[in-house]
Design a protein around this ligand. Structure first.
Ligand SMILES: Nc1ncnc2c1ncn2[C@@H]1O[C@H](COP(=O)(O)OP(=O)(O)OP(=O)(O)O)[C@@H](O)[C@H]1O
Length: 357
């Protein structure tokens, strides 16, 4: 079989990906009402078999609308959705073989866990469903509770049943809309790990919608950052974090220093002195430099940066510094600690990323 060459969605032009896409989203547009701004504008991306994508962005940026169009609950005003290269844009949800897990789990309250899961298995003979349901519940570690009712479970357990029910339908693609947000912090992390393991074991493709950057970076193979209806950048977690395309992406993914500079080739002059940059460039540039890429050392004289705030965080320490009237943040290992008011030398240890805007 021939493998298609698919360009990823990164408008910056990220590398060519050799993946036969399960899902292609092409120039998707949605406006809910005349006069409203576009809720989703010109969104393009592809998703490979078994790949996990996180759509990340602030409230109202169009994540859920994108997901609902892929599921078939909303009709796009423009663009196409393709599954295995076949257009499904106008197909009703039940004809798309897509599973969906919402924030509120939506288990049937009058059915036991086993019945909830068996309900999803319309593709299997009725007599075989209870045993198969037990297998799916076993996979999420809840087979022993198969006879229980949903209201006899914790939030995390209900979430796992909802996932077992979704997996039981054997969808090719699962859409998760903030599925962990009702769980407390500790349970959220463990459930997330477990769920990722389950999807990877089943080879299921997944799109997760979240506004939590740590969740997106740890759960997904690809992260797409959305803002005002547009997909600004999509790339592997480590790439999107290390080389954000815009200042919005840089700031949404964590603390960063935005620096103005004057580039001459691979070096830019900035308020921190000369800084190596990741693109050959001439003229004015805006740069992103992560706080963990700055080092602090003893200043030989009084010309260093001044520490104005310090937040001890156990394994590391977050500092806010002032240098020539500008503020910078730095995160350094906590084996060496600096005091508020101390003068230090502030030096970039890694190349800064040139931003598009
Ligand atoms: N049914 C609707 N009718 C009218 N406008 C809507 C509707 N649903 C969403 N919108 C608008 O579309 C835009 C995108 O909303 P959407 O729910 O997709 O964002 P989101 O990124 O998922 O936000 P959140 O994280 O808060 O769920 C918002 O401006 C929202 O107000």
């Amino acid at each position: 079989m021939m493998t298609n060459l698919n360009l990823s969605a990164d408008p910056q032009g990220s590398p060519v990906r050799l993946i036969d896409p399960l899902l292609s989203v092409e120039r998707l547009n949605k406006r809910y009402r005349d006069g409203d701004p576009l809720a989703v504008e010109d969104v393009n991306f592809t998703l490979g078999n078994g790949e996990i994508l996180a759509l990340l962005g602030p409230s109202g940026c169009g994540k859920t609308t994108t997901l609902r169009m892929i599921a078939g609950f909303e009709t796009p005003d423009g663009g196409e959705i393709l599954l295995h290269g076949k257009r499904v844009t106008q197909l009703p949800p039940q004809q798309r073989r897509i599973g969906i897990v919402f924030q509120d789990y939506a288990l049937f309250p009058h059915m036991s866990l086993g019945e909830n899961v068996a309900f999803a298995m319309r593709h299997i003979a009725k007599a075989k469903r209870p045993a198969k349901a037990r297998e799916w519940l076993d996979l999420v570690g809840l087979a022993d509770l198969s006879a229980r009712m949903p209201d006899e479970l914790s939030g995390g357990q209900q979430q796992r049943v909802a996932l077992a029910r979704t997996l039981a339908a054997e969808p090719e693609l699962v859409l998760l809309d903030e599925p962990f947000s009702n769980l407390d912090a500790a349970l959220r992390e463990s459930t997330r790990k477990e769920v990722r393991r389950l999807f990877k074991a089943a080879g299921t493709s997944v799109i997760l919608v979240t506004h939590d950057q740590a969740e997106a970076l740890s759960f997904a193979d690809q992260v797409g950052v959305m803002h005002s209806g547009r997909l600004l950048q999509m790339d592997r977690p480590e790439c999107i974090y290390q080389t954000p395309a815009t200042s919005f992406v840089a700031e949404f993914l964590g603390h960063t220093n935005l620096l103005e500079g004057e580039a001459d080739g691979e070096i830019a002059q900035t308020a921190l002195g000369p800084v190596a940059i990741n693109h050959h460039h001439q003229g004015p540039v805006r740069l992103s430099l992560r706080p963990e890429h700055l080092s602090l050392s003893a200043a030989p004289d009084d010309h260093g940066a001044t520490i104005v705030e310090r937040e001890f965080r156990g394994h590391d320490c977050y500092y806010l510094l002032e240098h020539h009237g500008q503020r910078f943040c730095a995160i350094t290992p906590s084996h060496t600690l600096w005091k508020i008011g101390e003068q230090v030398r502030l030096e970039p240890q890694r190349t800064a990323t040139v931003l598009r805007d």
